[in-house]
Design a protein around this ligand. Structure first.
Ligand code: NAD
Length: 252
């Protein structure tokens, strides 16, 4: 079950952390994976790791917020891997330049970045692959989001959460518009992931762990396994959903 053999997948922002885990698992399930990142060294390293496991991958270096660059790089990677994208995982959502500031501390020129990345970045990737999915009568879109989209937090993530809320709405409507073409579109709203261990202070980590019933941070390989399910034939009946994948946290 959940084989992705013969499928081609595009994972955005897959050069490290969550996206790298998702790309690795999709490839283990049989998909040939286009490993996108802004940074060539990251994309190449993850793609090489997948190939070293005996699976198929190609790095694709582009900025998802640039529509023309996205379309052109996706077409080149499809040629390299020998077919069109069947599975899209929109994972890119955290910019290198991300700053955690509350709305009252931001200047207007700082509003747009996280919104562009999380909304336009995701829509650009959808636009690059959705017409082919429609014409072939099969497609899978998985959007990575965050619990912050559906809560309110005083931790300086309002613009990021605005982007996540917006793209969650888009995905629900996309699912409604494209279900008739054999395309599913779902959102995976992640909780706090392992890579935060390197960012949080000891006190923040302790507080985070106390809020998560399973008592640990999320693992990219587990996120990847869930994406593999959503990308499979067997998940054809599931669309338009936002699923919290957060160790049971009620605070999101
Ligand atoms: N880490 C967490 O705790 C957490 C929690 C909830 C949701 N998420 C979501 O998971 C996803 C991945 O997060 P992460 O923690 O792995 O991020 P990360 O910062 O570790 O990695 C993101 C990757 O995306 C790439 N990237 C950034 N902007 C890009 C662009 N414009 N075009 C192409 N690539 C770009 C970066 O170069 C980087 O390699 C994001 O959508 C994030 O919102 C993460």
């Amino acid at each position: 079950m959940f084989s992705l053999q013969g499928r081609i997948a595009l994972v955005s922002g897959a050069g490290q952390s969550v996206g790298a885990g998702i790309a690795t698992v999709l490839a283990r399930q049989g998909a040939a994976v286009i490993v996108n990142d802004l940074h060539a060294d990251r994309a190449e390293k993850v793609a090489a790791g997948i190939v070293a496991e005996g699976n198929r991958a190609a790095p694709a270096v582009f900025d998802v917020t640039d529509l023309d660059a996205t379309i052109s790089a996706v077409r080149s990677a499809e040629t390299e891997l020998g077919g069109p994208v069947d599975i899209l995982v929109n994972n890119a959502g955290i910019a290198d330049s991300r700053v955690n500031k509350r709305f009252l501390e931001l200047t207007p020129d700082q509003w747009r970045g996280p919104i562009d990345l999380n909304i336009y970045g995701a829509m650009n990737c959808v636009y690059a692959v959705i017409f082919g999915m429609r014409d072939r009568g099969w497609g899978r879109i998985v959007q990575i989001s965050s619990g912050s989209a559906r809560t309110g937090q005083n931790i300086g993530v309002s613009m990021y959460a605005t982007g996540k809320s917006g793209i969650e709405g888009f995905i629900r409507h996309l699912a409604a518009e494209t279900g008739q073409f054999g395309i599913t579109a779902n959102v995976v709203a992640l909780g706090q992931q392992k890579n935060l261990e390197h960012i949080y202070s000891a006190e923040m980590l302790e507080k985070a762990l106390a809020s998560i019933p399973i008592g640990r941070l999320g693992d990219p390989i587990e996120a990847g396994a869930f994406c593999a399910y959503l990308a499979s034939d067997e998940a054809g009946g599931m669309t338009g959903q936002t699923i919290d994948f957060n160790g049971g946290s009620q605070t999101r």
